[in-house]
Design a protein around this ligand. Structure first.
Ligand code: ADP
Length: 447
């Protein structure tokens, strides 16, 4: 096992990784920007190194500074968390060249899945069902018209290098296709530095269902069931739960095994998520994420498996410690992403938290890095914490969530807690009757 690990991230996920490392008896190195000198992950780590000014490109994305931090502290491994450099294949290669272990999959797998066109090709080859779409990048608008006609409108234009729900455009007919293509290419170029776009059939009422997988890079791989992340705003997840209210056990095992078999064939190493849209009883692959995800606690709560602990052990060369038969699903979990934003306008609300009281009790977990007196800098994303509840049934989880939300106090800034208080009392949510468009419609109708 490693003696020392560097955590190349901030916020709640830095703390989450730190907890796993401590339980494994590994010394921790935190890195931070000048804006994060007071952050909790810095206070709790064994050592810390300032890697640059507030802007992420100069600190959390600053590869030479991160390498130097590993070298001066003697860290043997680096955990990238999510976002920042977590899906940067070149970074994983550079670390390997410096004999530092990247806690994540092989660079080639990060690279394949980072290009959504290549990812869909690979998924198809591995027997994973995909959303119907263009066979590759769209280079010719006339060809695009023909493909869109065959797919049937509406169609969705997506950036090959896309992420974070950005760079997607819907075209409802041939008349808006070429202008939508042009805007999508421009946006993709400015956001991702790559203007390649492709076409997909726009599904009208799917759910977003994703499968958690775990592989050891030696051909062993298992799945840990699904998370339903259909409640989204601007293609960004807001509420995640597992199991999905829409799936039954045979469906879960079937799609789970398809994903696990694909990962065995790839000899995939570490944690990963295979994302699908699910409509009328069918699964359609959209992308794969090759990192730990924000919503991973949902899976941890229903399986009892510590995913970050597994990730670190696999990176250190260990084989999978559990078999598929040993994965037992227990009860129901729901996660709410609590953001420092106005609950109705979603205007970011950085500032100082003057009073903080997280909820507790049976089946309640809060993953957060904030504390009373902490000032949220305006520079990074607005996630203040995740509230995760577990119950023996979905109803028990909902009851517990309602109670926990009412107990949660974060004073001094706006948060999205009131939105969740409304959602947990909504009949559609209580009945599990929602698709990926439900939340946007609900917000437009005035909630
Ligand atoms: P990103 O990497 O930017 O998150 P994804 O491909 O994962 O992009 O898609 C994000 C969300 O966008 C999905 O969860 C879904 O809500 C919506 N979406 C993506 N593809 C389609 C599609 N073909 N039809 C309808 N909605 C889609």
């Amino acid at each position: 096992m490693f003696e020392k690990i560097l955590i190349a991230n901030r916020g709640e996920i830095a703390l989450r990784i730190l907890r796993a490392a401590k339980e494994l008896g590994i010394a921790t190195v935190a890195v931070h920007s000048t804006a994060d000198a007071d952050a909790m992950h810095v206070k709790l780590a064994d050592e810390s190194v300032c890697v640059g000014p507030p802007a992420a490109r100069d600190s959390y994305l600053n590869i030479p500074a991160l390498l130097a931090a590993c070298e001066i502290t003697g860290a043997e491994a680096l955990h990238p968390g999510y976002g920042f450099l977590s899906e940067n294949a070149r970074f994983a290669e550079i670390l390997a060249e410096h004999h530092i272990v990247f806690v994540g999959p092989k660079p080639e797998h990060i690279r394949i899945m980072g290009d959504k066109i290549e990812a869909k090709r690979t998924a198809t080859r591995l027997g994973i069902p995909c959303v119907p779409g263009s066979p590759g990048a769209i280079t010719d608008d006339i060809e695009a018209v023909a493909i869109a006609k065959e797919l049937g409108y509406p169609v969705l234009i997506k950036a090959a290098a896309g992420g974070g729900g950005r760079g997607m455009k819907v075209a409802y007919g041939p008349d808006d296709l070429s202008s939508a293509l042009e805007t999508a290419r421009m946006e993709a170029k400015s956001a991702f530095g790559d203007e390649s776009v492709y076409l997909e059939k726009f599904l009208e009422k799917p759910r977003h269902i994703e499968i958690q997988i775990l592989g050891d890079g030696r051909g062993n791989a298992i799945h840990l069931g699904e998370r339903d992340c259909s409640l989204q705003r601007r293609h960004q997840k807001v509420w995640e739960e597992g199991p999905s209210p829409a799936l039954n056990a045979p469906q879960r095992l079937e799609i789970g095994e398809i994903c696990a078999a694909a990962m065995r064939e790839l000899r995939y190493s570490g944690v990963g998520t295979v994302e699908f849209l699910y409509e009328d009883g069918k699964f359609y692959f959209i992308e794969m994420n090759t990192r730990i995800q924000v919503e991973h606690p949902v899976t941890e709560m229903i399986t009892g498996v510590d995913l970050v602990n597994e990730q670190i052990k696999i990176a250190a060369g260990s084989e999978l410690t559990l078999t598929q038969d040993e994965v037992v699903f227990n009860g129901h979990a729901i996660e709410c992403r609590i953001n420092a934003e106005h609950p109705a306008t979603f205007r970011p609300s950085p500032g100082t938290i003057n009073y903080y009281h997280p909820p507790g009790g049976l089946g309640v977990r809060v993953d957060s890095a904030v504390y009373a007196g902490y000032t949220i800098p305006p520079t990074y994303d607005s996630l203040v914490g995740k509230l995760i509840v577990h119950g023996r049934s979905r109803n028990e989880a909902l009851m517990r969530l309602r109670r926990a939300l009412d107990e949660f106090i974060i004073d001094g800034i706006d948060t999205t807690i009131p939105l969740f208080q409304t959602l947990v009392r909504n009949a559609d949510i209580q009945n599990g009757l929602y698709d990926i468009h439900w939340l946007e419609k609900f917000l437009i109708d005035g909630g």
